[in-house]
Design a protein around this ligand. Structure first.
Ligand code: SF4
Length: 183
C-alpha cells in the first residue's frame, strides 16, 4: 500500500536517505521543513535553501514553514535549560511534529514521517512516541522508520557531500550552539 506522505525534514543532509527510499517504495512524498527552533535566522535561511535544493534534485514539492522563533520558545517554556537529549528536545520534537501535522492536514496528506531518526544523537523512542501521539490527534498515519539502521547515517553523510549540501555543526537551537562550542 502506498501513501501520500509529508516527510518532516530536519535538515537536507538527513533527508538524502529517507526521502529517496520512500519515493522508491512508490509513495507520493513531499518534504516539510520546520524552522523556528533554528538560531540564528541566517542559519535557518542556509538550511532552508538546501532543503529546497534537495527537493529540486528529487523533483518533489517541499513546504518551508514560517520562521517564528518566539513561538518555538513558547513551546519549550519550562524545559528550555534542560540538558540536550532531555525534556527540551522532547518538547522541540513535539513542536516540529505538530507543525508538520498541521501542514499535512491542510495539504491533504494521509501520513507523516520524519528524518529525525537518522541521527545517531537522537532518542528514537522519544521521536516515535511523540510522532505517534501527534498523528493520532490529527487523524494521520504515523510512518516511522529508524533511518540510521543499516548504515543509513553514514550513507547520508556520503550523499550530502556528493550533492554539495550544507551539513551544520550543531542541532539547531541557541542552546545547542553553546553546548557544542561551535559559535
Ligand atoms: S538541541 Fe535540537 S532537538 Fe534539542 S531543543 Fe535544540 S534544536 Fe531542538
Amino acid at each position: 500500500m502506498t501513501y501520500k506522505i509529508l516527510l518532516h525534514v530536519c535538515c537536507a543532509p538527513d533527508a538524502t536517505v529517507p526521502w529517496p527510499i520512500l519515493i522508491d517504495e512508490g509513495h507520493n512524498v513531499a518534504g516539510y521543513f520546520y524552522s523556528s527552533n533554528i538560531h540564528p535566522r541566517s542559519e535557518f535561511s542556509r538550511r532552508a535553501d538546501d532543503v529546497r535544493a534537495l527537493a529540486k534534485i528529487l523533483a518533489k514539492d517541499c513546504i518551508v514553514d514560517a520562521y517564528m522563533p518566539v513561538e518555538w520558545l513558547d513551546k519549550v517554556r519550562g524545559v528550555l535549560l534542560s540538558p540536550e537529549g532531555g525534556p527540551r528536545c522532547a518538547a522541540c520534537f513535539r513542536a516540529q511534529m505538530e507543525g508538520a501535522a498541521k501542514a499535512a492536514v491542510s495539504g491533504g496528506f494521509d501520513a507523516l514521517s520524519t528524518t529525525l531518526s537518522i541521527s545517531p544523537h537522537k532518542d528514537v523512542g522519544v521521536i516515535n512516541a511523540v510522532g505517534e501521539q501527534v498523528c493520532r490527534g490529527y487523524g494521520l498515519k504515523w510512518f516511522f522508520r529508524v533511518w540510521r539502521k543499516n548504515g543509513g547515517f553514514a550513507l547520508s553523510v556520503q550523499r550530502s557531500a556528493e550533492m554539495g549540501l550544507y551539513r551544520q555543526r550543531y542541532c539547531g537551537c541557541v542552546l545547542s550552539i553553546r553546548k557544542d562550542g561551535t559559535e
